[in-house]
Design a protein around this ligand. Sequence first.
Ligand code: SAH
Length: 363
Amino acid sequence: MKVSGMASRAKATERHIRKSNGSGDAPRLNLLDCTRQDFEGLFPDKPYRGSQIFTWVFGKGVGDISQMTNLPKDLRGELAHKAEIAYPEVMGRQVSEDGTEKLAYSLKDGCIIESVLIPEKDHWSVCVSSQVGCPMGCSFCLTATMGFTRDLTSGEIVAQVLHPIHTYPDRQFRNVVFMGMGEPLLNYDNVISAANIITDPEGPQISKRRVTISTCGIVPALKNLARDTEAGLAVSLNAPDDETRSSIMPVNRKYGMTELISALKEYELPSRRRITVEYVLIKGINDSPAHARRLIRVLHGLRAKVNLIPFNPWPGCTLEAPDPASVSAFEARLKDSPYTVMLRKEKGRDILAACGQLAGRML
Ligand code: SAH
């Protein structure tokens, strides 16, 4: 998918540039949406200029072409004629009592997306959106109630990482998780481009081991994923059997558990890495000791660690958070298995910034 996607994108960029040059009112190319190859194509006879521009845009995070001081002035002028650096606009910011921040961005077509900045002990994580809304329809997720509007461009994804890095220089942003709005593997090419830019040594330099792409299980897209990116993989399993899973995640009717688990077994993980299995615990649905036992059985043979997430309620949803006792019992059973288990400490619940609570409703 990567190869054809990249090639068609390069062509689109070329077309875009030509169009912009022809008529003054055509939209200019947004450099945030460009890949490394696109940059090299900007001045084909001087490919090193592409590399310099890449560093200005993604490494230094400049917002204006005039700031690219190692480019000759006429080149800057030529570039500014056909291109720009256009960031989404921050429309709102909410801070939770635990320090978690939710940012709402307005995109150029007026769509709103949200990102979450999460403080950890000695660093910060950024949770980015990959689509406006989401088409997957999971019953426990607030984003699903928005429906799906469109895919984000790679620039709209990368901007969610660059903006906080350059707005808060005293914070160490180390982790990026694709766990905001949307299903990343349905926006495959742009998510791969964004993940590769985020980890580029001349870009924001987030370590490859600290970028995680989370999916509800789009099986065909898992085929090439390990080849296209070294980012980590998280899968929202949320149930140990087809009946339970299909009742809360419609995607399971298309790609059932057998198919999903075998695709995960075939996934070529880099050495010493494991797949994160996410499991949202919902009261009376998937949180019994029997579910825990079945989960252990279903994961057999998989290099995985389990991340338990107690369901975060949201207004209008009839599902309930699990009792603390069932969470502990579930966790204890898994601790007794070969899998490492982590209970995700929910952050930002008070501002609807926790998992599955993003819906652009802060304004
Ligand atoms: N579409 C992707 C990424 C977005 S959801 C995916 O499905 O993985 C990110 C994580 O939040 C998923 O593991 C999902 O199962 C979880 N989640 C969604 N709604 C939730 C809720 N209300 N409470 C707790 N976790 C939730």
